[in-house]
Write a protein that binds this ligand. Structure first.
Ligand SMILES: [Zn+2]
Ligand SMILES: [Zn+2]
Length: 231
């Protein structure tokens, strides 16, 4: 569960303090809905964004569903690929947000790191045709990228190897790193991998994702085999 009424209330109060043009418009035992404006003011390279966005922030209560944002004034182009037809913003992969907030969900940090950054990345992409901080793909590709960032791996194959290692092996700093560098774990990817060894919930989220990926890959291989046979 991400929020109870007790944990959500002080965080929402703090959020309204940070973003004074937001207000609670609906509140019941299952969710709190905020509506209003946020000012996004950010500078990156030579690009300055200073723009107000109108949005709904929905904070589910008593649920494992992450908070989400609706672009109520349709300020994002409908054909932008990180945008759902119902106006919901595709902020990042769920796993990325969940692991970022493993120690407790922080609405203020979420607004700044995911919501504000979403708008900034969108405007930057509209103007320059590239993403300022890289782009996250959808589906399994996006999931792999999420772990690639967490594990500081150089590509998806290496990421996959490290994930399997975390799932199946105990951590011993002097053992060789599974990336194949020949260095001991502690001097290689070990530091990044420890996040998952130290925190049971992070590890659970990761191994669940890995099981999904394994299943998808197995299905894909099965389809390939079938196509070959059919020829
Ligand atoms: Zn997306
Ligand atoms: Zn390594």
């Amino acid at each position: 569960m991400i929020f109870t009424v007790e944990t959500a209330t002080p965080q929402i109060a703090q959020l309204l303090h940070e973003y004074p043009d937001l207000a609670v418009v609906q509140s019941d035992s299952q969710m709190v809905r905020l509506h209003g404006h946020i000012l996004v003011f950010r500078i990156y390279n030579d690009f300055t964004l200073r723009k107000t966005y109108t949005l709904d922030v929905i904070i589910p209560i008593g649920s494992d569903e992450l908070p989400f944002v609706i672009d109520t004034d349709r300020q994002i182009k409908q054909d932008y690929h990180h945008y759902y037809p119902n106006g919901k913003l595709c902020l990042a992969t769920d796993s990325q947000i969940r692991i970022r907030f493993i120690d407790g969900f922080d609405l203020i940090a979420w607004m700044s790191e995911f919501v504000e950054l979403y708008y900034f990345s969108y405007e930057y992409y509209e103007r320059f045709g590239i993403f300022p901080f890289g782009e996250r793909a959808h589906g399994s590709w996006g999931i792999i990228q999420t772990y690639q960032d967490f594990l500081t791996a150089k590509n998806e194959v290496e990421t996959y190897k490290l994930m399997h290692f975390i799932k199946n092996q105990v951590y011993r700093g002097h053992h060789p790193c599974p990336c194949g560098s020949g260095k001991p774990l502690r001097n290689c990817h070990g530091q990044a991998m420890l996040l998952f060894y130290k925190d049971a919930l992070s590890k659970k989220i990761m191994t669940d994702d890995l099981d999904d990926l394994d299943r998808e890959l197995a299905e894909e291989n099965e389809r390939k085999r079938y196509r070959k046979k059919a020829k």
